[in-house]
Design a protein around this ligand. Structure first.
Ligand code: PAF
Length: 281
């Protein structure tokens, strides 16, 4: 397994791979790999000749006062895990390599970024779409893999790939969960033991919503109120948002119709967790 830090070296290796006609599966990450990442990597491993991952904590997608400095990092462990799943190449660039002085170009997907996490994290998706575009240009993957846990990110990136005619297939795989249902996330490592116990309620509240929809409930406000009360009655967490949207424009719905995204963001202490479920009505 190759570990590359420099763009010039990466370009050379990708050129050679392309000349051999090998397909590339790509999993972009911010490192501190967990089972959610490993699931994406194992799937990419099976579906492509070459598995490339990136490990880069992208400063551009962190807002002021967010956890850029504290974001967990462990490149040694990540390299071991990547090796174990059969990764061929890890691209782990330093920040100056991705954003040299006087860097000035950004990618912005409009409309879909105006709700949910786009409200409380202004500029976040611009950071994600910019770095992912750069990574796609460098790695030139045939297929790129993302997790459904970051539902809005996946929809925004799909839109970007489509609107900018990017030559790759974007694959979204189901959320990997802990035994009690908590969606896997590098940020779970911040949780105190009490918050960690309480955080299991997020998925339970989404499942409850899913059951309400299956039982015929179509009024979004009724479903959102039930999720709110479940979280408030069982945790000390602060709700950032609980929203139900369509999956095309990520616009809040009053009445559920078609494919709907039930999404939430909740703060346990300083740790903001997100989760979601898709329902078809
Ligand atoms: O989902 C993530 O870990 C990040 O947003 C991504 C896609 C690696 C871009 O930095």
């Amino acid at each position: 397994m190759q570990v590359i830090h420099q763009i010039s070296e990466l370009k050379k290796t990708i050129k050679e791979t392309k000349e051999k006609g090998l397909s590339i599966g790509f999993v972009p990450t911010m490192g501190f790999l967990h089972e959610g990442h490993l699931f994406l990597m194992r799937t990419a491993r099976k579906e492509n000749d070459l598995l490339v991952i990136s490990i880069f904590v992208n400063p551009l997608q962190f807002g002021e006062g967010e956890d850029l400095e504290e974001y967990p990092r462990d490149l040694t462990k990540d390299r071991e895990l990547a090796y174990e799943v059969g990764c061929d190449l890890v691209f782990a660039p330093p920040v100056q390599e991705m954003y040299p002085p006087r860097y000035a170009t950004f990618v912005d997907v409009e409309r879909l970024t105006g709700n949910l996490c786009g409200v409380t994290r202004p500029g976040h998706f611009r950071g994600v779409t910019t770095v992912v575009t750069k990574l796609f240009n460098l790695v030139q993957p045939d297929r790129a893999y993302f997790g459904q846990k970051d539902a809005q990110q996946a929809l925004v990136l799909k839109k970007m790939v489509n609107d900018l005619n990017m030559n790759l297939e974007l694959i979204v795989l189901p959320t990997v969960r802990e035994e009690d249902g908590l969606a896997m996330s590098s940020r779970n490592s911040y949780l105190s033991p009490q918050n960690r116990r309480e955080a299991a309620i997020l998925y339970r509240s989404l499942q409850q919503a899913q059951e309400m929809v299956a039982g015929g409930e179509r009024d979004a406000s009724v479903i959102k109120e039930t999720i709110t009360m479940t979280i408030k009655n069982n945790t000390s967490a602060l709700i950032d948002y609980i929203e139900i949207t369509d999956t095309r424009n990520i616009k809040p719905l009053a009445i559920l119709e078609g494919e709907c995204l039930i999404a939430l963001a909740v703060k346990f202490g300083e740790t903001r967790l997100i989760d979601n479920l898709l329902v078809e009505v």
